[in-house]
Design a protein around this ligand. Structure first.
Ligand SMILES: Nc1ccnc(=O)[nH]1
Length: 169
């Protein structure tokens, strides 16, 4: 069985989650869904940024999956095992899978998928799952660290802001 460690966010994690809020906002301004993700190295340097890209890539082009596809092409699995995936909203089953296969071993997310579901409802464009990433990842074979949801009111408000009034539910 894999070891899934759940930890609290560090101040660096919070800083990088605010960056995902900015990326999500930029995605929304570009006509995509308000989701943002980034890959950071173990020192907290941003290596790749990626917003939701469904306009170009279709409905499966979630920010996290798009990010993992780029990361897996650019870096070795050994290096990626030392990196973290940061995302404004908890990755869905597809994106958790993309993280797993790309060999990124640390996940940091802001709000849960369940919280996201309460924002999107059954919107045609984003009929959100209600499945914790840990539930997916705990069925794999890799040891991973998961941080989230983050208990920081200001950050949660910042994440949610771009979703309010966005979804038809
Ligand atoms: N967590 C996410 C849900 C839906 N779309 C995304 O790009 N990301």
């Amino acid at each position: 069985m894999p070891v899934i460690t759940q930890k609290n966010a560090t101040s660096d994690d919070i800083r990088l989650l605010y960056e995902t809020v900015r990326i999500a906002h930029e995605a929304k301004e570009a006509g995509n869904h308000p989701f943002g993700a980034l890959l950071a190295d173990k020192d907290g340097n941003i290596l790749i940024e990626q917003g939701n890209d469904h306009n170009e890539g279709g409905p499966a082009m979630h920010a996290e999956t798009a990010l993992m596809l780029k990361a897996g092409k650019k870096y070795s699995p050994e290096f990626l095992s030392t990196c973290s995936l940061y995302t404004s909203a908890e990755p869905c089953v597809m994106c958790s899978g993309a993280m797993y296969w790309t060999n990124v071993r640390r996940l940091v997310f802001g709000i849960t998928e369940s919280q996201l579901l309460s924002l999107t409802g059954s919107d045609d464009q984003n009929p959100t799952f209600d499945l914790p990433a840990v539930s997916v990842l705990s069925h794999g074979q890799k040891d991973l660290e998961v941080v989230g949801p983050v208990d920081d009111e200001a950050l949660v408000r910042a994440i949610i802001e771009d979703h309010i009034g966005f979804w038809n539910n």
